[in-house]
Design a protein around this ligand. Structure first.
Ligand code: NAD
Ligand code: 0WE
Length: 261
């Protein structure tokens, strides 16, 4: 008996086995869910297909979330294959590398539009295209970060995009509540994924996190998977429009200090 026996989930954003989306997929699979994946074309055959196969899934569809036609094709393929959908996971973001260093004031119009399109609007677009197949009782989840609320050095335009994403969660939750469809976000502490690697200063920030966070440890994709399982199952049935922190307590601190001060 699993918490998600008979439930069908579609997960956007697996890049490799370090992805937060993969941590969520493993947690949902362990509770009996049937899972399909959508990722950017380039990653599918080498990275995503083998992971999908390892949990008995062969639904892997390409999609660049900047393209409405590609989003539509994913849901058309889903409808033909499975009919309806219980769980939708949005675990993707993008900004130009040059906009994740230096000063926020230098963000270009194009860089700003790109970051908000991929990282915030895509949740709205995916949700709208999913609506015809989403069942009453279903649940939608996205991933956000503390840089939406407080200034984090170098996070820059992504912080603005995550603030917009969190607002989208609330407006979507209000729209879809009457249909018994929930929308929530998890705000995860820093995790060494592909999207985090190569970001200037990430490594130092990741190791300092462990010294400062109340629980004195870093967050794993399995930690996020557990919280995601809660938000995507009936255990959280009256929770919508929320941001749940999976951050070892970091965000409760007023003045983060380590033993060394
Ligand atoms: P990841 O690199 O494993 O995943 C990011 C995904 O975004 C990749 O699969 C990538 O292909 C996808 N993507 C980028 N542009 C896209 C586009 N145009 N169309 C479709 N897909 C696109 O990294 P991750 O850290 O697992 O990121 C997942 C989510 O978690 C992101 O929203 C990220 O902001 C969020 N998050 C990450 C951390 C962290 O420290 N790693 C912390 C909090 C929140
Ligand atoms: O949301 C993120 C990362 C999102 C991201 C990462 C990249 C790197 C490569 C978006 N776009 C790109 N574009 C690229 O070209 N995180 C929460 C992880 C992260 O990124 C940071 C962080 C943290 C934490 C960037 C600066 C400071 C902290």
């Amino acid at each position: 008996m699993g918490l998600l026996d008979g439930r069908k989930a579609l997960i956007f954003g697996v890049a490799n086995d370090h992805s937060i989306a993969w941590g969520i997929a493993k947690a949902l699979h362990a509770e009996g869910a049937t899972i399909g994946f959508s990722s950017v074309e380039m990653l599918i055959e080498k990275r995503v297909r083998p992971l999908a196969t390892s949990i008995g899934s062969d639904f892997v569809e390409p999609c660049d979330v900047q393209d409405d036609d590609q989003i539509e094709r994913v849901f058309q393929a889903w409808a033909e294959r499975y009919g309806d959908l219980d769980i939708l996971v949005h675990a993707l973001a993008f900004a130009r590398r040059e906009d994740l260093e230096g000063e926020f004031v230098d963000t270009s119009r194009e860089g700003f539009a790109l970051a908000l399109d991929v990282s915030a609007y895509s949740l709205v677009a995916i949700t709208r295209h999913a609506l015809p197949v989403l069942k009453p009782g279903s649940s939608i989840l996205t991933l956000t970060y503390y840089g939406a609320e407080k200034v984090v050095a170098n996070y820059n335009v992504m912080g603005v995009a995550k603030a917009a994403l969190e607002a989208c969660v609330r407006y979507l939750a209000a729209d879809l509540g009457p249909r018994d469809i929930r929308v929530n976000a998890i705000s995860a502490g820093p995790i060494r994924t592909l999207a985090a690697s190569g970001v200037s200063g990430f490594k130092g920030m990741w190791s300092r996190f462990r010294d400062v966070a109340p629980m004195r440890r870093n967050v794993t994709i399995e930690d996020v998977g557990g919280a995601a399982l809660f938000l995507l199952s009936d255990l959280s049935r009256s929770i919508t429009g929320e941001v749940l922190y999976v951050d070892a307590g970091f965000s409760i601190l007023g003045v983060p200090t380590s033993e060394e001060g």
